[in-house]
Ligand binder design. Structure first.
Ligand code: KIV
Length: 269
């Protein structure tokens, strides 16, 4: 008898089983060792090393500049911080757009050098051949349709995607190409629920309502870590760590200035 997913690492087949069982899947983004450890012991099923790293960690305006080398570096830290969660890493912009062969190479590097268990790439019908090629190279692929941030300059803005037929066809194409799951980003809730009901693979929603098979949030959004910037309506705040960090830092500055830090207990005799 195999171990349950509570005592071993979550696998791609677990995602398929959970879809059949109607068990929802909890996903969060992670970008480094310390946060991955905390999320892993908290029971998060899957950690996504998202290319949102470009905006949340690197402070860039879009996800486009982040490189494959940088993504591998962060994914490696997240893998080291996990024992249970399935680790999926984003393939960044232009690391898979040139050809399916390029995609296999980039995905292969991610698996070999970072040690993650799957990759994610953006795009529906136009990426079907690429998803198929990567999946046939034995690399599990998570798709991503709806709002695809790597296409920001084509889309013009980060808004809800409403082209019902196109979204349905994109999601179907990703599943038929062999993806094991698909992210639905910024899709109306009723459409996301309908797509989730008709697809054989789990849908992971972000800004796509409660009818998806799982949910994903960006670490910095759910913990209130970004001092400023746009706050999407779907990004529920589970903590205000940004405020706590600012207060802790201000308290530290005060204690240094008035010489109350370090005290005798914090000094060697
Ligand atoms: O890069 C990312 O964090 C993502 C999620 C928002 C799904 O792709």
């Amino acid at each position: 008898m195999g171990k349950s997913s509570e005592s071993r690492r979550v696998t791609v087949p677990d995602f398929a089983a959970w879809k059949r069982q109607g068990r929802t899947i909890a996903v969060l983004t992670a970008y480094d060792y310390a946060s991955a450890r905390l999320l892993d012991v908290s029971g998060v099923d899957c950690l996504l090393v998202g290319d949102s790293m470009a905006t949340t960690v690197q402070g860039r305006e879009t996800t486009l500049p982040v490189t494959l080398r940088q993504m591998i570096y962060h994914a490696e830290m997240v893998v080291r911080g996990t024992k249970r969660a399935l680790v999926v890493a984003d393939l960044p912009f232009l690391s898979y757009h040139v050809s399916p062969r390029q995609a296999i190479r980039s995905a292969g590097r991610m698996m070999k050098e970072a040690g993650c268990q799957a990759v994610k790439l953006e795009g529906g019908r136009r990426m079907a051949a690429t998803i198929k090629a990567v999946a046939e190279a034995e690399i599990p692929v998570m798709g991503h349709v709806g709002l695809t941030p790597q296409s920001i300059h084509k889309l013009g803005s980060y808004r809800v995607q409403r082209g019902e037929d196109a979204l349905r066809e994109d999601a179907r194409a990703v599943a038929e190409a062999g993806a094991f799951a698909v992210v639905l980003e910024c899709v109306p809730a009723s459409l996301a629920a309908a797509i989730s009901a008709e697809l054989p693979i789990p849908t992971i929603g972000i800004g796509a309502g409660p009818g998806c098979d799982g949910q994903v949030l960006v670490f910095h959004d759910m913990l209130g870590l970004l001092a400023d910037g746009f706050r999407p309506r779907f990004a529920r705040r589970y903590a205000e760590l940004g405020e706590q960090i600012k207060k802790a830092a201000a308290d530290y500055v005060r204690d240094v200035r008035d010489r109350s830090f370090p005290n005798d207990d914090e000094s060697y005799r």
